[in-house]
Design a protein around this ligand. Sequence first.
Ligand code: SFD
Ligand code: AMP
Length: 630
Amino acid sequence: MDNFETITVETDLLICGGGMSACGAAVEASYWANKHGLKVALVDKGAMDRSGAVAMGLSAINMYVDLNSGNNTLKDYCDYVRNDLMGITREDQVSNIARHVDGSVHLFEKWGLPIWTDEEGNYVHEGRWQLMINGESYKVIVAEAAKNAMVETGGEIYEHVYLSHPLMDGDKCVGAIGFSLRENKVYVFKAKAVFVGMGGAVHVFKPRSTGEGFGRSWYPPFNSGASAFFTIYAGAEMTCQEVRFIPVRFKDAYGPVGAWFLLFKAIATNAQGGDYMQENAAELDKWEPYSRIKPCPANLRNWLMMLDVMDGKSPIYMQTAEAIQRIAEQAPDEKSAKRKLKELEAEAWEDFLDMTIAQAILWAATNVQPDKKASEIMACDPYFIGSHSGASGAWVSGPEDLQNDQTKDEYFWGYAQMTTIKGMFAAGDASGASSHKFSSGSHAEGRIAAKSAINYIMDNNETPNVDQAQVDALKVEILKPLVTFDEHKGYTVDPDINPNYIRPKQFMYRLQKIMDEYAGGVSSQFMTSDKLLEKGIELLTYLREDVPNLAATNLHELMRCWENVHRMHQAEAHVQSILFRDETRWPGYYFRTDKPNIDNENWLAFCNCKYNKDTNEWEMIKRPVKYLTQ
Ligand code: SFD
Ligand code: AMP
């Protein structure tokens, strides 16, 4: 412990994370902070160029509303999101992001991101809301602009610094504490406002890929629940903690399916060639009114596929060859059909190479020629992300100008994107109930949050009151795993087997086993029940008791320890929320066998929760869903 130097950084706005929302926040905050003579610091556990979910690049921008075209309105986008989330969404939040997202997309293009265009120079749409991009360097481009904005205005960037806890002054957030992943340094950041944009949570559940494939997940394993932990630990009200996301992906390497379904208009079938969306359509009657509106909600698309899986009709195939051949056949002559075929084949490979390189490698390794052979798809494991088709995150204030008489008191408390904790703002995967923002919407939401946070600082421009005793205690707690290992390492020959401590991987495996078996993971075919959840909560309590026994051999493992503590909090919020919501609303994401139906009369409502870190107790809160428009 004595070997650790403490570095104290005093700033006005602290941006936690360096991903899409944080890059948006950095650009916007730099502008406004510069205008008002304020300071901004950004902290990323990785290197901003390749950190977060967009590290490998993306092949599409999934949220582009194209408001200027006059073809789409904010209401259109709200309707789409509301239906996809089976009615549970904050339309003030969705609208606010939707009215700003096109601006972010145009900035990306200006900064150098190649967006596909057709012969007339119009963007090539994958679907109604999605644009195709050459996105291998997407994150590098967006991060470069964020870094430039920071550097040009005197902002400070800390990379490879892992943030473990927020710093609190009663009900106000006044900074964050963490440690360097390269040197023996503890960092104490004191700030007047804190922006939380540390992504979602992966590996809370046992993943499908274990052993040699461990770490290959759809969402990145380095998004390990820091956003959820920061907001939960601070005592912020959380929302939609039950709304996990389970994407369907190409099997084993998690290649995207959007381009196949939307751009190439492929269909997926069971092993007998049956189209489960057609053959199982009668099931949709049970999930009305959402099931009958197009596009069919993502969880119900999953569910119709899962019915076939449970019926023994696997493998499930994306019929790539059929789709490619069908498009090529539309060409006027044989020569142009051949050319079109080559073009489509290249696009199919690029779709993977732009964002999920492992899938291209797997195709190559298994002799897949997409124009000749169908490829297996499957439902992945559960992820916690507020930015895609899940909804979990902090309950944040909406913008004032979009509220109506019904929503104003429920959804607005002074500063857009502020959590229920003063001075703590959230965006991207960190903010809940505003799904379908994706990379572009997360960037736009980060911009909104940063501008709002600077306003908050202007109105509350007091020196943060950081209690030194809190910092000292946290420093001891954070570094304890290193001390524990050092103290006990001589007791056994094999460092993995020691009665005095638990290593982070072992802790994670235990968490994943509990979640998998009790909270509806992959091996339970995403099914759970009140009784299973209650037992799971008991087992999570025992896991929590082992937190002080975590041991780390080095700084990297120290990060792993805290990542798993973060995940554990996400897990607790999840099981408590599934249990609280006394119905099944999102079959295909999870199914409560004791409550197998949707209950619109009682549960068209938000399940919110709050954690008390002093008593380890959860308070569950039901909040009304109020739409801006009908
Ligand atoms: O289609 C700490 N996403 C897609 N979005 C699109 O627009 N188009 C697509 O094509 C998308 N697809 C997709 C997507 C994601 C992934 C992984 C794949 C495919 C394979 C979704 C977007 O990427 C996502 O919505 C946004 O990136 C979310 O932004 P944000 O800011 O909420 O999270 P982030 O970008 O992951 O960044 C997190 C940052 O936090 C850092 N961090 N820093 C300090 N201390 C800690 N303790 C920290 N913990 C985390 C991270 O390093 C990172 O900088 S498609 O297939 O769905
Ligand atoms: P994905 O690759 O599954 O993340 O999808 C990319 C985008 O396409 C997201 O906006 C999805 O919601 C959407 N999408 C994917 N598949 C379908 C489908 N079958 N119908 C409608 N939208 C889809």
